[in-house]
Design a protein around this ligand. Structure first.
Ligand SMILES: [Fe+2]
Length: 323
C-alpha cells in the first residue's frame, strides 16, 4: 500500500501536503499523524483552531500527516485556496519589493541612472510577469502598499498600464515601451521640493503651479537618459492632458494626445483614487471604475476606460470559470 493512503480499522486516511501548515491558518478538518511508518495514527489537531507557533512545531515533528476520508474534500478545498491565495501573491510580493527598491533608488537620485537600460531591464521583467497566464491584477491590488509614494505609485501605474495595454492587444515591444513611459511618468517630481510633493491637504496656487511642472521636468530628464521614442516621451510629458483640453502642460485635446499618455493618465487617476492618501480614504475598485466612466467622461478617453474595465471583467470571468 502506498504511503499516500492509510487504512486503519474500516477507515481510510489520505496523506496531507505539509505546505499548508502555516501560522494563523484555521483548518476545517482534523489532522492525524505518525512519526514513523510503523506507528499507528494519532489525532493531532482539532478542527476550527487557529494554528500558533507551538502547533506548527508540533505538527512538523510528524513525518506523516493525514486527513480522514470524510474530510478529504475540506482538505482539498483548503489546499487549493491556500495555493491560490498564499503562494501566488507571495511571488508577487517579492517581485513588487525587488522592483520597488530599484524604483525607489531611481527617484531618490535620478542622476544615478546612467542611461535607460536599467529601467528597460525592470520593465522587461514586468512585461514577462504580466504576460504570464498566472498573473492576476486583483492579487496585485491586494498587495499594493497603502501609503502613497511617488515610487510605489509609479510601479502601480506601470502594472495597470501593462495590463491595459495587454488587454488592448499591444505587441510585446509596445508594452515594453509603454512600461518605460509609465515607470518614468512622474520622474519629474524628483525636481520638485519634498515639502510640496508630500504635503497633506490642499496646495496653494503657487504650490500647484510648481507641481504642474513635473511632466516637463520628467520629459527633460527622460531625454537626458537618452530616450528618443516619441510615444515614451509623450507618455511622460502629457499624462495630465485631458480630452477636453483642460489638462497640462500643452492643453492638448483628444486626438492630439498620444495613446501612451491617455493610458498612463487613466491608470494614474485609478491608482490615486484606490490608494490611501493620508487626507482622504480610498475608494474601492468597482466604485472607482464607475466614477471614471460616469463622472470623468470629459477628461478621460471613454474607449480606453472601457478597455480598462474590461481588464477587471476578464478577471472576474476567470474566477467564475475556476469555481
Ligand atoms: Fe503625474
Amino acid at each position: 500500500m502506498s504511503m499516500s493512503e492509510y487504512k486503519m480499522n474500516t477507515n481510510t486516511y489520505y496523506l496531507v501536503n505539509k505546505v499548508i501548515i502555516d501560522e494563523n491558518v484555521e483548518f476545517f478538518f482534523n489532522l492525524y499523524g505518525k512519526k514513523s511508518k510503523e506507528e499507528d495514527l494519532s489525532l493531532l489537531s482539532i478542527k476550527g483552531r487557529k494554528l500558533v507557533k507551538y502547533d506548527i512545531e508540533n505538527l512538523l515533528d510528524y513525518n506523516y500527516l493525514y486527513v480522514h476520508e470524510d474530510e478529504k474534500e475540506f482538505y482539498e478545498n483548503h489546499y487549493n485556496d491556500f495555493m491560490r491565495l498564499k503562494l501566488i501573491p507571495e511571488n508577487m510580493k517579492s517581485f513588487y519589493s525587488t522592483v520597488g527598491n530599484t524604483v525607489n533608488k531611481m527617484f531618490e537620485n535620478p542622476q544615478s541612472l546612467k542611461n535607460v537600460t536599467e529601467v528597460e531591464t525592470i520593465v522587461n521583467d514586468m512585461v514577462s510577469t504580466i504576460l504570464h497566464d498566472n498573473f492576476s491584477v486583483s492579487s496585485f491590488i491586494t498587495i499594493l502598499a497603502s501609503d502613497y509614494y511617488t515610487h510605489t505609485h509609479s510601479l502601480n501605474v506601470t502594472v495597470y498600464a501593462l495590463c491595459l495595454g495587454k488587454h488592448m492587444g499591444m505587441s510585446k515591444k509596445d508594452l515594453e515601451d509603454l512600461g518605460v513611459s509609465a515607470l518614468l511618468h512622474d520622474l519629474g517630481k524628483s525636481k520638485i521640493s519634498d515639502s510640496i510633493i508630500n504635503k497633506n491637504g490642499l496646495l496653494s496656487e503657487h504650490e500647484f503651479n510648481e507641481v504642474k511642472k513635473h511632466p516637463m521636468y520628467g520629459w527633460a530628464l527622460a531625454r537626458q537618459l537618452g530616450i528618443t521614442n516619441k510615444s515614451i516621451l509623450a507618455g511622460i510629458k502629457n499624462h495630465h492632458e485631458r480630452v477636453d483640453g483642460t489638462g497640462y502642460p500643452d492643453k492638448l485635446i483628444d486626438e492630439q494626445i498620444d495613446i501612451f499618455a491617455k493610458i498612463i493618465g487613466i491608470c494614474d487617476v485609478f491608482d490615486a483614487l484606490t490608494t490611501n492618501k493620508s487626507y482622504k480614504n480610498s475608494t474601492g475598485t468597482f466604485n472607482t471604475l464607475v466614477m471614471m466612466k460616469k463622472d470623468m467622461s470629459k477628461h478621460l478617453d471613454g474607449k480606453i476606460v472601457n478597455h480598462f474595465i474590461g481588464v477587471f471583467k476578464e478577471e472576474m470571468n476567470k474566477v467564475q470559470q475556476n469555481n
